[in-house]
Design a binder for this molecule. Structure first.
Ligand code: F0G
Length: 406
């Protein structure tokens, strides 16, 4: 049975605790005390099963994620099961042979957040919650709103005013969430919602909620499963609040403990230069985290200056011999043109991963012939604010059209 545990001081709390921050300041994480070893054959069988839990790319790994939760509490929208795609165009762009692209934009609300949300929302339902909340740069808000609507819970989402893609807010509003635009940045909204939780009977569904991290581990499971549990050399992904960085490292450390893998891929967390406290801390050998008071980047999803999961993410990079780098907005937009032009399409933040993979290859950190999986975190339609070229408008006549087609 899962319990919550502080990795710094060892304090334990029951799995249905509402406070996720330990008195020592670190965040609690789910500790499984694994007893059953799940076999790859059993996992394969679930891929063709029609049982609702097996249809989810999160819950078919339930023994590794949240074994103790009764099935009747599970709130699922059939998340996960996203494709791992090859692209000759992106091989050419990054200089990496057979680059594999895990497209998380294929999730029900269009981002990887659904994988963590299904688990954290199910846990909130199991403990009888009525109101759920988060601070968000947009995708968590959209995901929380959909899963809250599915579960019949009241939802509050706090977003930085003027710095969140409208399409993400449209999703949240459509699902009936109360959208609160905060006059400040994401980090201000995060601080506010964590304080507001106190005494308000609100369950927080940001990635400080340890069950979000558990669900997001399934991205790694699916990548490995598709490669017959023979790990790639690298997993490259965009990093903001550092939930994924934390989840991926935890997933890999646990898989090694269970004997499902013996060698771990190296993690590469990619930030935008204008919002890169983690990359800077990595460059300084993690001596300290210096937050960015005014983070700025075209990739609004990762415009975050003070990541809450910093300590967890440091552990993830240490356990996987990982790296963190920053790429410029110009590099991100160039990568976006390549991703969109390859027919995959993704929002700007996602494309930071491709820009990062290219840069790591260029520097020789990713070696010749190494196997690389990149995670695209959100769908192209999530953020259409990025430049899309000049529109072509014609009169409604055949001549005008002929002329326009050239
Ligand atoms: N990519 C996208 C598309 C995101 O929306 C986010 C985070 C990230 C990458 C970074 O992931 O926080 O785990 O390091 N979005 C959050 C949100 C902050 O509120 O939607 P991370």
């Amino acid at each position: 049975m899962a319990v919550l545990r502080c990795p710094t001081c060892g304090l334990q709390a029951p799995a249905d605790a509402v406070r996720f921050r330990c008195e020592c300041g670190d965040l609690l994480e789910v500790s499984h005390g694994f007893r059953t070893r799940i076999e790859p054959d059993e996992l394969r069988a679930r891929r063709v099963s029609s049982a609702p839990l097996d249809r989810s790319g999160v819950w078919r790994f339930r023994e590794l994620i949240d074994h103790g939760l009764p099935a009747e509490h599970v709130v699922t929208l059939g998340e996960g099961n996203t494709p791992l795609l090859l692209s000759a165009a992106l091989d050419a762009f990054t200089g990496i042979g057979e680059l594999r692209v895990k497209h998380e934009g294929w999730n029900p609300t269009g981002s990887f957040k659904d994988r963590g949300m299904t688990v954290a929302m199910s846990r909130a339902v199991a403990r009888g919650a009525r109101r759920v909340a988060c601070a968000s740069t947009g995708n968590t808000a959209a995901s929380l709103s959909a899963y809250a609507a599915r579960a019949g819970l009241e939802a509050f989402v706090l977003v930085p005013e003027g710095a969140t893609a409208e399409s993400k807010l449209a999703q949240a509003a459509a699902h009936g969430a109360r959208v609160v635009r905060v006059r400040g940045n994401f980090d201000d909204a995060m601080r506010l919602v964590e304080d507001a939780q106190e005494g308000k009977d609100l369950v927080l569904l940001n990635s400080i909620n340890p069950f979000r991290i558990e669900g997001q581990k399934s991205i790694v499971y699916e990548i490995l499963e598709e490669l017959d549990w023979s790990p790639p050399d690298w997993i490259v992904f965009p990093a903001g609040n550092l939930g994924n960085t934390s989840a991926f490292g935890k997933a890999l450390a646990e898989l090694r403990e269970l004997g499902l893998v013996t060698r771990l891929p190296r993690l590469a967390a990619v930030q935008a230069e204008g919002a890169s406290p983690f990359a800077r801390a990595f460059a300084g050998k993690f001596a300290e985290l210096v937050p960015d008071p005014d983070p700025q980047t075209v990739a609004s999803a990762i415009r975050i200056g003070n990541p809450v999961s910093y300590a967890r993410a440091v552990r993830s990079l240490r356990v996987t011999d990982g790296v963190a780098i920053a790429v410029s907005d110009e590099d991100i937009l160039q990568a976006k043109r390549a991703v969109d032009g390859a027919g995959l399409g993704a929002e700007p933040a996602s494309c930071a991963a491709i820009a990062g993979a290219r840069e790591l290859r260029r520097r020789g950190v990713i070696g010749d012939g190494e196997r690389v999986a990149c995670v695209l975190t959100g769908h192209l339609l999530k953020d259409t604010g990025a430049p899309v070229g000049t529109p072509l408008v014609v009169e409604a006549t055949p001549e005008a059209l002929r002329q326009a087609l050239g």
